[in-house]
Design a protein around this ligand. Structure first.
Ligand SMILES: *[C@@H]1O[C@H](CO)[C@@H](O)[C@H](O)[C@H]1NC(C)=O
Ligand SMILES: *[C@@H]1O[C@H](CO)[C@@H](O)[C@H](O)[C@H]1NC(C)=O
Ligand SMILES: *[C@@H]1O[C@H](CO)[C@@H](O)[C@H](O)[C@H]1NC(C)=O
Ligand SMILES: *[C@@H]1O[C@H](CO)[C@@H](O)[C@H](O)[C@H]1NC(C)=O
Ligand SMILES: *[C@@H]1O[C@H](CO)[C@@H](O)[C@H](O)[C@H]1NC(C)=O
Ligand SMILES: *[C@@H]1O[C@H](CO)[C@@H](O)[C@H](O)[C@H]1NC(C)=O
Length: 303
């Protein structure tokens, strides 16, 4: 049997045994993108059911960004997922979260802004206001015409001059981070509580119970290093056996060759001796010598 086939077969067995097969997948949209795993999954892939949690769907954009789309059509690029803290760090796709403000106020999202929520009143003003107040923000990324301002509603609006402004609308429970214009949003989730597994150094997945959604912790898949540690000894064993066989075969070839060469040499020596002695020893005795010499010459020519 072909030895490299045997080796390959053993490798497959070992890799299979190392448990690379039945793990939930860890995926990424880009090499340096956040790891996507339980409770998340990539929408277009179809990991086993127990590998994700309903509503925790991400997708990859054409530019390899990790996209989170909230049920209210808010689109966010996910930069980091902290699985132990159950925290997502995201930003607006066009560097302007306030563009999506009106869809943020909706409740019922699985994700919560960790930096708190506030109610705001929005105004459209014809002139730029003085900066430096913490109770209103100029939303400059929204652009013109006009100047857009967000006022916290706990600030008495009557105490500010709104003569050049028109009221647009009120929004309640808006993540303050959006108004504060860092184009960064910290969202966390409380269900499923997958972080408690992570804090125990384990991974989390859904239990296989059909009745209701439950989660369980399980041991982390082996790190690449550990897998190599499992793979290397048998591969090395197979490899050394193959190597030994190769050495043995090479030796056999060499020794057969050597024996043949030695044989040849013996015959040549014998012939040389024979020719050297022939004049004295076989000068008159042709018959016993001739056939032997002839036979030896035939052999030596055949070699
Ligand atoms: C807000 O949501 C509506 C419908 O859900 C959608 O049509 C609209 O494009 C969204 N607005 C923004 C700025 O994303
Ligand atoms: C999510 O953030 C809120 C606000 O900071 C906090 O009260 C809540 O405990 C956090 N939830 C989790 C699961 O960390
Ligand atoms: C703000 O007011 C200007 C006119 O002063 C108008 O052209 C613009 O569309 C308004 N912007 C919004 C967001 O209503
Ligand atoms: C907007 O909120 C302000 C302050 O909370 C309130 O006085 C005003 O009546 C609200 N306007 C609308 C249209 O809801
Ligand atoms: C309102 O606009 C007028 C003309 O553009 C300007 O002179 C005035 O200072 C503005 N008022 C405020 C309070 O910004
Ligand atoms: C869940 O059940 C499926 C088949 O129904 C099985 O393939 C899978 O390994 C099970 N997962 C767990 C975590 O037990």
């Amino acid at each position: 049997m072909d030895l490299s086939l045997v080796a390959l077969f053993m490798l497959v067995l070992v890799v299979h045994g190392a448990g690379l097969d039945d793990q939930c997948p860890v995926e990424r949209c880009a090499k340096d993108g956040p790891a996507v795993r339980f409770p998340f999954k990539l929408k277009d892939n179809k990991p086993p059911d127990h590998c994700s949690y309903p509503g925790f769907e991400l997708s990859c954009t054409d530019t390899k960004q990790t996209l989170l789309e909230l049920p209210t059509s808010v689109k966010l690029y996910v930069d980091k997922i902290d699985y132990a803290l159950q925290l997502i760090i995201a930003r607006g796709p066009d560097e302007c979260l306030p563009k999506q403000l009106r869809n943020f106020s909706s409740h019922g999202s699985l994700f919560e802004s960790t930096m708190g929520l506030s109610d705001y009143s929005f105004f459209n003003c014809t002139s730029r206001k003085e900066d430096g107040y913490n109770n209103y923000w100029y939303l400059d990324c929204l652009g013109g015409p006009g100047y857009s301002y967000a006022y916290t509603s706990d600030y008495s609006i009557s105490s500010t001059d709104l003569t050049n402004c028109t009221k647009l609308y009120n929004l309640s429970s808006v993540p303050s981070e959006i108004i504060e214009l860092k184009n960064i949003l910290h969202l966390n989730w409380s269900t499923p509580d997958s972080g408690h597994c992570e804090r125990l150094g384990q991974f989390c997945r859904r239990k296989n119970s059909s009745a209701r959604i439950e989660i369980e912790c399980y041991d982390k898949p082996k790190s690449e290093e550990e897998i190599w540690k499992k793979i290397v000894p048998p591969v090395a064993a197979v490899g050394s056996v193959v190597l030994l066989l190769v050495i043995f075969a090479a030796y056999r070839v060499y020794s057969i060759d050597k024996a043949a060469r030695e044989n040849q040499k013996r015959i040549e020596t014998f012939l040389a001796d024979y020719k050297a002695f022939k004049p004295t020893r076989y000068m008159n005795a042709n018959l016993p010598g001739r056939p032997l010499l002839h036979a030896l010459e035939v052999i030596s020519e055949a070699e």
